[in-house]
Design a protein around this ligand. Structure first.
Ligand code: ATP
Ligand code: MG
Length: 596
């Protein structure tokens, strides 16, 4: 097999992909394979040669019956041998042809998928916040498959039609040139039919794709929600909602099937009209002598007539598959052409992070909203400092964290990291020096060790043990049946909330980050686990620039400074003692929680 999906091909696809021009896109997809496709075409022409040889032989035999020459048996045997050879070669040639086509189609399929997967990793986080997982999944699976199917249909149909039409026209031109005029009538008829059908089918297919995509996303969402649905006894609501959607998919599918039914019927009737017409027109031409044809030639030209009309019909039959394929080309384009990239390529590399931040008049407004979630925010955070961020729900705490992570970029103003504008640096380098522990720990199906080492390389088991120890996690890990090699289940399903969080802390420790983001890291825990995790976190924060978002103010009492946000503005900022003294919002929040 050829090497699959190199980075350069993926980049080429990203630059040349154009969903609005599906023909051009399909051509550029296969552009690297011209020679293989040409070879496949030649193999096809050879394998399909009985298509024109058989009518010629039939004509020869019929003519021979009418006018046996001097050695009729020798001629019969010769014709028989030729046709036998033509037929038998089809088996190996067909195999060779399929092999070439499969090589090309499979590699393009893999390249397309690889390009999408790669692009997923380049797109900004906000792209994913605005897309549904099911719809994106469907692009990688269903749409790529449709493009593959379409391409195979295109090749098969294209080669088939080309071979049949060319051979029929050439032989007719040699044996009965006048009959070509009859062939000529068919082309405009077939073309008219084709234009009409493409238009109607395009709309139906688009509607259907959108319905299926939203259904897939909805079912995905429903499955994720099942524990919550069950807890709220909202099963019936969910079932009703899903059923409504399924009804819509059913209706759209039904409309599509009806359209296809009309399409199929028209095609079948037209084909049979063509095929009968050929015999009658041939017979008429021979009887009247308009075109001088022997009995064998009538049979032959009518065969060619059928063969050509067959080909045109085959091309017409390809239309649904092409329309479906083009719809998928567009759908894939929604990912490959999305400009919503996290622009990293070509930006200044970050090798060493000190961890100093300076926010200069930073404002941020989410797409599709008018109210700023962060307004004219200015602040300096020194390397190694711990800054707690508190405030009521919706104040903009997570928004601020997303800006620090580089998931979002300021709508105006700028953030400087160690004096460099974060818009001008390669965020990937910066994030290598970043540790994140959030309320919802993201673990994947794999061993405990893999989860702790995620994103880190060349780490010894001893270092993992030390990290676990510092994360207050070693004790429970030791009790697990396979220790570090324990499979922790999908999303860490076999671990408790506090255990997951301590694994996340160990993961952050292993990375030895310069900058740490803790977003509600302990809020899901009971008081006993919180104390354990809190101790681990404090060890983790030492000597690193840390942003801690916490609702429970007891967890931030040790922070050097506390920033109180309200409605996207700085309400107050200072040491915990200063803020209590000021008797402002922080003091009020503390009083509510009876701490401080
Ligand atoms: N993806 C989004 N699109 C539009 N608006 C958003 C989005 N995310 C947050 N917001 C809005 O931005 C404001 C700040 O939200 P943010 O998530 O930063 O609050 P928070 O302080 O983290 O709240 P909480 O304590 O509840 O987590 C809110 O008014 C919220 O409605
Ligand atoms: Mg939040």
């Amino acid at each position: 097999m050829e090497a699959i999906a190199s980075k350069s091909i993926a980049e080429f696809l990203e630059n040349h992909y154009c969903g609005a021009k599906p023909w051009r896109t399909v051509i550029s997809l296969y552009g690297n394979n011209v020679w293989k496709l040409l070879l496949a075409g030649i193999l096809y022409a050879i394998k399909a040669s009985p298509l024109w040889i058989m009518p010629v032989i039939t004509a020869n035999v019929v003519n021979l019956v009418q006018h046996p020459g001097e050695h009729p048996f020798r001629s019969l045997a010769l014709n028989g041998a030729v046709v036998a050879l033509a037929l038998v070669q089809n088996i190996p040639m067909h195999w060779l042809y399929q092999r070439e086509i499969s090589k090309v189609a499979r590699s393009v399929e893999a390249e397309l998928r690889a390009a999408i997967v790669r692009k997923f990793q380049l797109l900004s986080i906000s792209f994913f916040k605005n897309s549904r997982t099911g719809a994106l999944q469907s692009k990688v699976l269903r749409d790529v498959e449709a493009v593959d199917q379409m391409s195979r249909t295109l090749f098969e149909g294209g080669y088939g039609a080309a071979t049949a039409i060319l051979s029929s026209v050439i032989i007719t031109a040699i044996r009965a040139p006048k009959f070509l005029l009859v062939f000529l009538i068919m082309v405009p008829v077939a073309c008219g039919l084709r234009m009409f059908l493409t238009e109607t089918l395009r709309k139906g297919n688009r509607e259907f794709r959108q319905e299926v995509e939203t259904m897939a996303a909805q079912v995905n969402g429903m499955i994720e929600m099942i524990p919550i649905t069950r807890a709220h006894a909202a099963e019936e609501t969910e079932i009703a909602r899903a059923t409504r959607k399924l009804g819509k998919v059913q209706a759209a599918g039904f409309r599509l099937d009806l359209q296809n039914a009309v399409f199929g019927g028209v095609t079948w009737v037209a084909f049979n009209i063509f095929s009968m017409m050929s015999v009658i027109v041939g017979g008429w031409a021979a009887i009247t002598g308009v075109i001088p044809l022997g009995a064998g030639d009538v049979v032959m030209v009518s065969s060619f007539f059928v063969s050509i009309s067959n080909s045109v019909m085959m091309l017409a039959n390809m239309i649904p598959s092409i329309t479906r394929g083009f719809e998928s080309v567009r759908s894939i384009g929604e990912v490959l052409e999305s400009p919503d990239l996290e622009q990293n390529i070509g930006k200044a590399a970050v090798t060493c992070v000190e961890g100093g931040f300076r926010f200069e008049n930073v404002s941020f407004t989410y797409k599709g909203t008018t109210r700023g979630s962060l307004n004219d925010f200015s602040l300096e955070v020194k390397p190694g400092e711990t800054l707690a961020v508190v405030g009521p729900s919706g104040a903009g705490k997570s928004t601020l964290m997303n800006l620090v992570l580089g998931f979002d970029r300021p709508s105006s103003g700028r953030i400087l990291l160690d004096g460099r504008n974060m818009n001008d640096i390669d965020l990937r380098g910066y994030r290598r020096s970043l540790g994140v522990v959030t309320q919802e720990t993201l673990l994947f199906h794999g061993t405990l060790r893999d989860n702790i080492l995620y994103g880190s390389r060349n780490v010894s088991d001893q270092a993992v043990i030390t990290a676990l120890e510092n994360a207050n996690a070693l004790e429970f890990v030791k009790k697990l049946p396979d220790g570090l090699n324990t499979m922790i289940g999908d999303r860490g399903a076999r671990l408790s909330g506090g255990q997951k969080q301590r694994i996340a802390i160990a993961r952050a420790l292993i990375r030895n980050p310069r900058v740490l983001i803790l977003d509600e890291a302990t809020s899901a825990l009971d008081t006993a686990s919180e104390a354990v995790v809190q101790a681990a976190l404090e060890r983790l924060m030492q000597g690193r620039t840390t942003f801690v978002v916490a609702h429970r103010l007891s967890t931030v009492r040790n922070a050097q400074r506390i920033l109180v946000l309200q409605d996207g503005n700085i309400a107050e900022i200072g040491t915990p003692e200063e803020l209590i003294e000021r008797n402002g919002l922080y003091a009020k929040l503390c009083a509510m929680q009876r701490v401080g």
